[in-house]
Design a protein around this ligand. Structure first.
Ligand code: ATP
Ligand code: MG
Length: 448
């Protein structure tokens, strides 16, 4: 993309309504624009990161054997009356009446709808296990929408639902989700710690929340510092293996890690003092096992091996897709702007032309642009006739992890400059070598 043709409405002033850094940078970098309280338009740069996050989630869900689908945002109240949640959900549910005076609502979550789909189409234990998921907009009429996309009213969520014959099978689905979430967050450059949590209005027995440590987090968390040393890394997991998933769950949940809702001072005191930590965290996901809470009242049963109709065991599993942008920025920024992890960066690298209009500099930039594009990478080429300082400031603000700087002086010596946004370190090298380095970083094969 050429910056001169892109839509990147960068703000010079720091918006006064933004209290936390991620909100400030998302507004300043022209990623989002609020349309009303807690409701945002996703401008091109923000939308690009949202899509990257979504892509990673899809890849990891499919790797775990889960099946994507899509359910409507507007639902009939009838199903919610069946489960009893139409009244229980309270003020957070946006209720709508259509022209025929029918009660409708904007989905805050989708247990009822998916349970209805299941009961309409699945009748035998032979069709299990089954895990369906979607990435879809949700609405919760939060009393205090704030912090930008972190606590919106309209927000984007991945919600998945498992259906299993037995509790044992459903607990395997739970563990499988935990494993796939660990992988998912790590690919986004995040450490999200599974913490024992409270089940809230969704209801259930087993539940973990995934928290990213950040000073601006809304949850108070208590944990054993050893947990922050754990990495999922690139281990290969057989998601069908009960033992393997169980082992990962045990590894990542055996140390003390809880939110204030489930915190137990007496148990925490057993952690050696030098490892006890109190901090704040951002909830970026949650997994639940809730058994037959919805399948029983809604009659979602299957025939078991002996032909008896039994309610299925279920769980639901959410990732805060739009909130993740805020969480990633909270975890990765400096005083100049965002620092995107490679996994989610909107463009793979920036190209800054120090002397737009100089034949040689222009030609070198075009060549870099073409070479990177040919590799399937997306560079953002700042081809505007701006001062170098302004170009650097924009690149730093929008946080591309790598920048190639091209100027007449360097070109005389046959070099361009490659700079890491994270470390600020620069290196001079031939343009071809810069392309090769970027290709290596993103794991694509440079053509010889
Ligand atoms: P919270 O406690 O933060 O209100 P929740 O526990 O009610 O969230 P879940 O029902 O677990 O939310 O939804 C799954 C995920 O969706 C959460 O882990 C969170 O990342 C995200 N999420 C929930 N509410 C919002 C919101 N208002 N804005 C943005 N993301 C949200
Ligand atoms: Mg939650």
């Amino acid at each position: 993309m050429r910056l001169s043709r892109y839509f990147l409405p960068v703000l010079k002033e720091t918006p006064s309504e933004a209290q936390i850094v991620s909100h400030r940078y998302m507004l300043r970098a022209g990623m989002i624009k609020q349309s009303s309280a807690g409701i945002y338009s996703w401008l091109p740069l923000g939308f690009k990161v949202l899509r990257k996050i979504e892509d990673i989630i899809h890849e990891e869900q499919k790797r775990a054997g889960h099946i994507p689908m899509l359910m409507p945002t507007i639902q009939s109240a009838d199903l919610w009356r069946e489960s009893g949640r139409y009244d229980d959900y309270g003020e957070e549910m946006l209720r709508i009446r259509d022209r025929h005076d029918r009660d409708m609502l904007f989905t805050p979550t989708a247990e009822e709808l998916i349970t209805d789909i299941f009961r309409s189409h699945v009748g035998s234990y032979k069709d299990l296990p089954l895990t369906l998921y979607q990435i879809q907009w949700k609405f919760r009429d939060e009393i205090r929408p704030r912090f930008g996309v972190m606590r919106g009213r309209e927000f984007y969520m991945k919600d998945g639902y498992n259906f299993d014959l037995t509790k044992e099978d459903a607990l395997h689905a739970y563990n499988r989700h935990l494993v796939s979430y660990l992988r998912t967050y790590e690919r986004m450059g995040l450490q999200a710690i599974p913490m024992r949590a409270d089940s809230g209005p969704i209801g259930g027995d087993d539940t973990h929340e995934f928290l990213v440590l950040a000073e601006t987090g809304e949850s108070e968390v208590f944990y054993d510092s050893q947990i922050t040393e754990l990495k999922f890394g690139d281990r290969e997991i057989d998601y069908d293996s009960v033992e393997q998933c169980q082992a990962v769950l045990e590894e990542f949940t055996s140390r003390y890690a809880r939110t204030d809702e489930t915190h137990d001072e007496a148990v925490f005191a057993e952690v050696p003092e030098e490892r006890r930590r109190t901090a704040r965290g951002i909830e970026v996901g949650q997994i639940f096992y809730f058994g037959t809470k919805y399948s029983e009242p809604m009659g979602a049963t299957v025939a078991d091996k002996d032909g008896n109709q039994v309610p299925v065991h279920m769980g639901s599993h959410g990732i805060g897709v739009s909130r993740l942008l805020g969480a990633i920025i909270e975890a990765s920024h400096d005083d100049k702007g965002i620092i995107w992890p490679e996994g989610v960066t909107p463009f793979h690298c920036g190209i800054v032309n120090l002397k737009q209009g100089d034949d040689e500099a222009d030609a070198a930039c075009e060549k870099l642009y073409a070479a990177l594009s040919a590799l399937g990478l997306e560079p953002l080429y700042d081809d505007r006739s701006e001062r170098a300082g302004a170009k650097f400031a924009t690149m730093d603000l929008i946080g591309l992890p790598w920048r190639i700087t091209v100027g007449p002086r360097g070109l005389k010596n046959g070099v361009v400059e490659l700079t890491s946004r994270r470390t600020g370190e620069s290196e001079e090298l031939a343009p071809e070598a810069a392309v090769e380095r970027i290709a290596q970083i993103y794991g694509v094969a440079a053509k010889g």
